[in-house]
Design a protein around this ligand. Structure first.
Ligand code: CAA
Length: 258
């Protein structure tokens, strides 16, 4: 598939998907979301890829769902197409580790897209927000749910009801982002983190991600049991034998993703 709105590059076992619709500040139109979904599905099937980075430009990770594309919708048209479920939410179904590297605006659907990733590394210029209320709608790609789980009720209500933006430092204090770095260190930091992840056993990294995500879906006792069962299942893998042998033998492990 030829991409018009994203740019896909690969360094070692890391694929980077860069949103590239500068005139619209990377507004998330459906054709762009279809391209992202396709690039992710290709990365899922490509055994040489161990981690993916989703990023935007210096000015905008993404300024939201595309308001111009949405404005003339009516309930039946938007209900029938269900694009948010089919395409915009697709990154949340990606099974390998996915990092958001955010610079500039991550607003509305842009903030929601970043939250679909496993963790967010932000530059000092990043600004997060759910300003949909200014348009007389509310977040529609997970913002009311994922933001509340990420930063708690009080701050999530504040963000969604006032529509204000949160800078990178506040986002880090609130637990929305894992680290804040200077602008010019954003991609090197994201690539370094992604390369470390990609050097691990792929199935083990995938199961780790799956188990952490289960914490948002399951009661504690069920989540702990799920964790224990997957932990136990890891002892059937060649990579567990290699990882532990390498530690004991004081050498670097070589994982086969088996
Ligand atoms: N959709 C469509 N186009 C957008 C857009 C969006 N979300 N955000 C920006 N653009 C377009 C602007 O219309 C403008 O296009 P033109 O040059 O053709 O007029 C271009 O991008 C540049 O934008 P600005 O001139 O506004 O740039 P700025 O630097 O003055 O302001 C901004 C930047 C504060 C981010 C401002 O663009 C803005 O407020 N954007 C909208 C943010 C927003 O409301 N996001 C939520 C969208 S709704 C949503 O996401 C729903 C959901 O949960 C699913």
């Amino acid at each position: 598939m030829k991409y018009d709105m994203i740019e896909v590059t690969q360094e070692g076992a890391v694929k980077t998907i860069r949103l590239d619709r500068p005139k619209a500040l990377n507004a998330l139109c459906t054709p762009m979301m279809k391209e992202i979904a396709h690039a992710l599905s290709t990365a899922q099937d490509d055994s040489s890829i161990g981690c993916v980075i989703l990023t935007g430009s210096e000015k905008a990770f993404a300024a939201g769902a595309d308001i111009k594309e949405m404005q003339d919708n009516n309930y039946i048209s938007i209900y029938k197409s269900d694009d948010f479920a089919n395409y915009h939410d697709a990154p949340s179904r990606f099974r390998k580790p996915l990092i958001a590297a955010v610079s500039g605006y991550a607003l509305g659907g842009g903030c929601e897209l970043a939250m679909m990733c496993d963790f967010i590394i932000a530059s000092e210029t990043a600004k997060f927000g759910q300003p949909e209320i200014n348009l007389a709608v509310m977040p529609g790609i997970g913002g009311t749910q994922r933001l509340t789980r990420a930063i708690g009720k009080s701050k999530a209500m504040d963000m969604c009801l006032t529509g204000r933006m949160m800078d990178a430092d506040e986002a880090e204090r609130a637990g929305l982002v894992s680290r804040v770095v200077p602008q010019d260190e954003l991609m090197p930091t994201a690539l370094d983190a992604a390369s470390k992840i990609a050097a691990q056993s792929q199935p083990i990294a995938m199961m780790t991600k799956e188990t952490l995500n289960a914490a948002f879906e399951m009661p504690l006792a069920q989540g702990l049991k799920f964790e224990r069962r997957l932990f136990q299942s890891m002892f059937t893998t060649e990579d567990q034998k290699e990882g532990m042998s390498a530690f004991v033998e004081k050498r670097t492990p070589h994982f086969k993703n088996k």
